[in-house]
Structure formats: structure tokens, C-alpha cells
Design a protein. Structure first.
Length: 404
């Protein structure tokens, strides 16, 4: 199989987080372009049923599940159907498959800090990385970008905003934004489902309401992040690293229709925007095929049907998580890893109905106020900051439980 794929010139893709929203969209784009891509391996957490369906359709060489029981169930199911696919479980197997010599492209779409080890393994192995898992870059910042440079990896952003910015920037933008005439990056945000709700109503927001995004269909964690606008905060930090931008060069603009995915403002007054229907298959197809183009299955944009596009400045009293992230972008070191870890704990607690929606920024703020910011000299220091922040954030959550 390996030899025939290499001979046919198809790119061999490893999908980290294949059972999730981005993972499924990635497989959809691959299925539309079978002459150009083949699935080498699929990696996920515990959803053995969805993985079985994906295994039947894409026949990867390897599957890795984080959860051992899920891997055992899948192995038995595959065997009973006569499908000969190697199934492993655990972190080491994930790292190995992401760095496998037969892999050309790695879609990094595991949610949260759990995506860090396999994504880093893929970077160190010099793979072409399609980065959806923004938390990895937010946590490790300069360490991640240095590893990309050292290995010669090609790094392409999947977040629709960063993919849009990438498409609007000149190819040599890493010479420096000012040198290529860029004045500002305009990072658009839908404003989430509570853009117009009274701030006083945030205390009663349920997980179902927070996960009902007006424009995008996404996993639960990023949906809550979009509702608090921590997602935009993480994207703000991500943009600084990806495009070597200072925080003051990135401006967040609320654009409720999510048609313009972000813009670049040049010193001659030109503003370049990338537009499209809100469907993640567009940035996925763009990154898979870059510098070419392939069909994605996304419907053509009808501007006459959309008719109007609105823009507002964000209200920082409403979006306290965005403010916290922007402050962290200015402080550097381990602060971003701590912010990300405290946010993951707070969002999990909210989804499990153990924390009120309006307390998410309080948990993060209290964690950041308590822990000292250290320099992020290596991955171990980042992981230590992540662990400490998780411990403290969990304490904050239990202290806030039962407090009216
Ligand atoms: N969805 C979007 O539109 C969108 C847009 C831009 C960026 N992103 C980013 O893309 C990433 C994925 O988002 P999503 O919306 O696709 O999330 P999702 O639907 O919740 O999917 C998450 C994926 O990660 C897997 N996973 C969770 N924990 C794991 C672990 N410990 N080890 C291995 N795999 C694990 C899940 O597997 P199981 O379900 O099998 O447990 C699932 O395949 C996030 O970083 C998000 O910020 C998403």
C-alpha cells in the first residue's frame, strides 16, 4: 500500500482528532479528492463507533485511540468484519504515527492541550502541518515556531481567520509585517450566541445555549470558547505567533455574519479580505492543496442573498475572556499556557454543570493572579505551568461550587 501510494503521487494524511468536527470535515474533503490524497492513519480519543465507520470508508494503515478500552473494542469490531488495520492505544503510539516516515501531511485537530505531544512529534519530523489545534501553539509559542523552523515543516493555519490572513498576506510576510507594508491584521469574530444578550443573563446560560453557535457547527469546547470569546483570545495569541505580529498590530472586529474570515490592512490603504460561506472545508481544502486549489464541497457564496455585512468593536465588559487573553499575549512566558489550562478546566466544569458560565473568566483570572509567570524555555516548563494552572483552576471551581 505504501509503495503504491508513493508511486501514484497521492499525499498520505494522518488525521489527529478524526472523530471530531474538523476531523470529519477533513475526511470529507479527502473523499472528494481521492486521486490526490489517501488516509495513512486516524487518531482519536474514545469514540470507537465513529472510528469504525471511518475505518470502513478510508481503510487507513493505522488507528490510534487515546483510550485503551475504545481501542480494544475497535480491534474486535474490525476483526469481526475482516478488516486488517493495526489498532494501538496511548500517547506513544499517537506520537509515533504522527511522525511516521510514510506520512506526508498531518491534520492537527485534537482538541485542547492533549494535541500537543503528537503535533510536536509531527513538527519535529518535518511534516506538512495543518494546524487546527490552536491550543498547542498558544501554549508553546516560540518553542513551537522554532521547532517548525528547525525541522523545515510547512505550517498552514486551519482556523478560518488565520487561513484568511495567510491568504491575504504576501508569500514573504515572515520577513516582517512592516517590511511587506502591513499596517494591521483585522481578526474578525462573530461575537458568538450571546452578542446581544444582557450581561446579567450570563449567570443562567446553559451548555446547550452556549454550544448553539449562530454560524458555525463545531465541537463543544470551541463552541463554549466562542460564546465567551476566549476562542478569539486564543486566536489573537495564535495570530501573533503565526505571523510574527506584535499584539498592537492585531485588532479584533466583530462581524456577526462570518462571511469575511479576516483581513489585512496595508499602509497604502488597501484592505484585503478573504470571504466565503462559514464552512471549515474551505480552509481545510486550501491548506491541503496549498499552493494549489481543490474542490471542497462548499456552496458558492451568494453576496446578493447575504445582502449586508456588519462590523462592530468588541465590548470588553461582555467579553472578559478576550481581555484576559490579550493581556497574556503581552506578558509572554508561561502565561499563555496557564490561561489555556485554566480555560480548559473552567469550560469542562461548565459543560458538566459544575460552574456558571459567567464564572469561567473568574476561574481563569484567579489562576493567572495566583501563579507567577516563568520563562517558557522548554516544553517541560510549559507542561509544568499547565499542570499547576489546572490544579489551581480545579480548586477555584470547587470553591465556587455552591456559591450563589
Ligand atoms: N470545529 C471548528 O470549526 C474549528 C475551527 C477552528 C479550529 N478548531 C480547533 O480544532 C480543534 C478540534 O476542534 P473540534 O471542533 O473538531 O473538536 P471536537 O469536535 O470536540 O473533536 C475533538 C477531537 O479530539 C479527539 N480527542 C479528544 N481528546 C483526545 C485525546 N486525549 N487524545 C486523542 N484525541 C483526543 C476527539 O476524539 P473522541 O471524540 O473520539 O474522544 C475528537 O476526535 C480544536 O483545537 C479547535 O479549537 C475547530
Amino acid at each position: 500500500m505504501t509503495a503504491s501510494c508513493a508511486q501514484s503521487g497521492r499525499q498520505r494524511v494522518c488525521v489527529l482528532g478524526s472523530t471530531g468536527s474538523i476531523g470529519k470535515s477533513t475526511l470529507d474533503v479527502i473523499a472528494r479528492n481521492p486521486d490526490q490524497y489517501t488516509v495513512h492513519s486516524l487518531v482519536a480519543g474514545r469514540n470507537a463507533d465513529v472510528m469504525l465507520e471511518q475505518a470502513r470508508q478510508f481503510r487507513p494503515q493505522y488507528i490510534v485511540m487515546a483510550d485503551e478500552q475504545a481501542a480494544n473494542k475497535l480491534r474486535a469490531d474490525l476483526q469481526s468484519e475482516g478488516l486488517r488495520i493495526a489498532v494501538e492505544s496511548g500517547q506513544d503510539a499517537m506520537n509515533q504515527v504522527a511522525a511516521d516516515g510514510d506520512v506526508d501531511v498531518v491534520m492537527a485537530a485534537i482538541v485542547g492541550a492533549a494535541g500537543l505531544p503528537p503535533t510536536m512529534a509531527a513538527v519535529r519530523a518535518g511534516k506538512k502541518i495543518l494546524l487546527a489545534n490552536k491550543e498547542t501553539l498558544v501554549m508553546t509559542g516560540a518553542l513551537f515556531m522554532d521547532a517548525v523552523k528547525a525541522s523545515g515543516s510547512v505550517l498552514l493555519p486551519i482556523d478560518s481567520e488565520h487561513n484568511a490572513i495567510f491568504q491575504c498576506l504576501p508569500a514573504d510576510h515572515l520577513r516582517g509585517l512592516e517590511r511587506v507594508g502591513v499596517r494591521r491584521i483585522l481578526l474578525t469574530a462573530s461575537g458568538g450566541p450571546f452578542r446581544q444578550s444582557p450581561v446579567e443573563s450570563f449567570a443562567a446560560v446553559t451548555p446547550e445555549q452556549a454550544c448553539a453557535h449562530p454560524n458555525w457547527s463545531m465541537g463543544r469546547k470551541i463552541s463554549v470558547d466562542s460564546a465567551t470569546m476566549m476562542n478569539k483570545g486564543l486566536e489573537f495569541i495564535e495570530a501573533c505567533w503565526l505571523f510574527d505580529a506584535r499584539p498592537e498590530q492585531v485588532e479584533v472586529v466583530i462581524h456577526p455574519q462570518s462571511i469575511i474570515h479576516s483581513m489585512v490592512d496595508y499602509e497604502d490603504g488597501s484592505v484585503l479580505a478573504q470571504m466565503g460561506n462559514p464552512d471549515m472545508r474551505t480552509p481545510i481544502a486550501h491548506a491541503l492543496a496549498w499552493p494549489g486549489r481543490i474542490p471542497s464541497g462548499v456552496a458558492p457564496l451568494s453576496l446578493t442573498e447575504i445582502a449586508r455585512l456588519d462590523f462592530y468593536a468588541p465590548d470588553m465588559m461582555r467579553y472578559r475572556c478576550l481581555k484576559l487573553a490579550q493581556d497574556v499575549a503581552r506578558s509572554g512566558g508561561t502565561a499563555a499556557a496557564m490561561l489555556n489550562a485554566a480555560n480548559e478546566i473552567a469550560v469542562d466544569a461548565f459543560l458538566e454543570r459544575k460552574l456558571r458560565f459567567d464564572r469561567i473568566p473568574e476561574v481563569i483570572n484567579a489562576t493567572l493572579q495566583t501563579l507567577p509567570v516563568m520563562s517558557a524555555g522548554d516544553i517541560d516548563q510549559v507542561l509544568e505551568a499547565d499542570r499547576e494552572a489546572r490544579y489551581l483552576a480545579r480548586k477555584q471551581v470547587s470553591q465556587m461550587q455552591g456559591v450563589a
